[in-house]
Design a protein around this ligand. Structure first.
Ligand code: ZN
Length: 479
């Protein structure tokens, strides 16, 4: 029986919203026309009398957000690593990683698809309409490529995205060694092995498949997991490539120390020092431990940064200098958020933690609101939303961002009856949504002009959740 694909229904043509968050902020009485290609064709404000064929939306609308960094398989691990391990004086990223490898070593293609489909429904419910999968789980548990198709696990993610109805940027990952001075991978990492040429081929095959709402980019796991010669090789292969290039960088202080010991340079400093390497395609994931000089170098190269606040908090990584990222390069650094380990799946939690981490560290309020050019009276949530809409589009490899002609017709319909929004002045709606709303107040979520969430519900949720439960039982029954 062919699955009923979410988001495969009839495409809407004309929508009308009482308010919409456009490039310059809120606009009233907005008529939205969708083209044959599933992108916005025309956005007209001040249409007080909508045409008869327009679907009238019940609440204000926002552009959908991009989840710019996810490892779907780690969803199977959320909530299962909140104890101290016996024998560890303290628990940190590195001891967490050992336990995360247990899932990485066990999971089958069918289980990955089940876990990812459930995650992708949760991400849609949260307000994400596109996810960038930093995909380093490539081979069978014995480290041997799948015989039928070496991209078996990549297709499992693409199938899950299609079933859930979310857009997907698949990023096959160059991954070849266990540390700066390691000759190769550890046994627990053998499913991850991919050299520069295989990474490039995987990306090309995913693109050539031409699946709807699925695109590919490139990734490098980290400087510790890829030799400089391999990074150079990928750089040469990717000459003229128009997709995004992601890399984990400077998440941990230990990684900074190891980079200094191995190369004499800090990780971001190393990337910025390579001739012609960083450019606007590059997305630096985490970039937690950076100096002001490194931030300015990233801005000068027009590269982007992907911050994953809830995971960075969960793993005890540290807090990046958000205020500096917001003003660097006159406010043009592409800034996006990612759910990363998927310990939580919430747009609002990521944005809240992005700001709250700064408030706690600086003992100040409204840090993002005061940082960066643009509308001087923008509030904290407005500035963050605006920046992650455009930054997320860059991370996903989109040509256009937000509710503008040419961008994919994605949007979130706010439930005006949500308890946290009752009585809220229109001008404070985004702040209330981000800082005061515990739930997910979306009446509808549109992806590529088709509804994937209607009346707050996803059509396939129950069936997908049941398969997730079965996969979890199978994954964890062995203890
Ligand atoms: Zn990651």
């Amino acid at each position: 029986v062919a699955p009923v694909l979410s988001g495969a229904g009839t495409r809407e043509q004309n929508l009308w919203a009482p308010r919409a968050w456009l490039a310059a902020g809120w606009a009233n009485d907005v008529l939205l026309r969708i083209g044959e290609d599933g992108c916005w064709r025309e956005v007209t404000i001040g249409v007080a009398a909508p045409p008869a064929d327009a679907v009238l939306l019940s609440g204000p609308v926002l552009p959908g957000l991009v989840d710019a960094h996810s490892h779907a398989f780690q969803r199977a691990f959320a909530g299962l690593a909140e104890r101290r391990e016996a024998g560890h004086g303290h628990d940190d990223f590195w001891s967490w990683r050992e336990r995360m490898y247990t899932v990485a070593q066990r999971i089958t293609p069918e289980q990955l698809r089940a876990v990812a489909a459930h995650l992708f429904v949760e991400l849609l419910e949260a307000g994400y309409t596109q996810v960038c999968e930093f995909h380093y789980l490539q081979h069978g548990p014995d480290g041997v490529a799948y015989q039928d198709d070496p991209l078996t696990l990549a297709w499992a993610l693409a199938d899950a995205a299609e079933e859930a109805g979310i857009g997907l940027t698949l990023l096959p990952v160059l991954y070849e060694r266990a540390g700066f001075d390691a000759p190769g991978l550890r046994v627990e990492q053998r499913r991850f092995a991919l050299d520069a040429d295989a990474t490039w081929r995987a990306c090309a095959r995913i693109r050539a498949a031409g699946r709807e709402r699925v695109d590919a980019g490139l990734a490098i796991h980290s400087l510790r997991a890829a030799a400089p010669a391999s990074i150079e090789r990928l750089q040469r292969l990717a000459e003229g490539f128009d997709g995004p290039i992601h890399i984990h960088v400077a998440e941990q202080t230990r990684e900074v120390e190891e980079s200094l010991a191995a190369t004499g340079l800090r990780p971001v400093e190393w990337l910025a020092s390579r001739p012609g390497l960083l450019d606007s395609r590059w997305q630096l994931v985490h970039a937690t431990h950076v100096t002001p000089t490194e931030v300015d170098a990233v801005a000068a190269a027009a590269a982007g940064v992907v911050i994953c606040p809830s995971t960075e908090a969960n793993l005890g990584d540290g807090v990046t200098d958000l205020a500096r990222w917001l003003v660097a390069g006159e406010g043009r650094v592409a800034l996006s958020i990612g759910s990363d380990s998927n310990v939580t799946r919430s747009v609002r939690e990521e944005l809240r933690w992005l700001e709250y981490g700064q408030r706690l560290a600086r003992r100040q309020r409204a840090v993002a609101a005061g940082a960066g050019p643009g509308a001087p009276d923008a509030s904290t949530a407005e500035r963050l939303w605006q920046r992650v809409v455009s930054g997320g589009a860059r991370a996903a490899g989109f040509g256009a961002a937000g509710i503008v002609p040419g961008a994919r017709a994605d949007l979130l319909v706010v439930d005006p009856l949500d308890s946290s929004l009752r009585g809220m002045p229109a001008s404070n709606l985004l702040d209330a949504l981000v800082f005061s709303s515990p739930g997910a107040p979306w009446r509808g979520v549109l992806v590529g002009g088709r509804w994937v969430l209607r009346d707050g519900a996803h059509a396939r949720r129950a069936a997908i959740a049941a398969r997730f439960e079965a996969a979890m039982a199978a994954l964890w029954s062995a203890g």
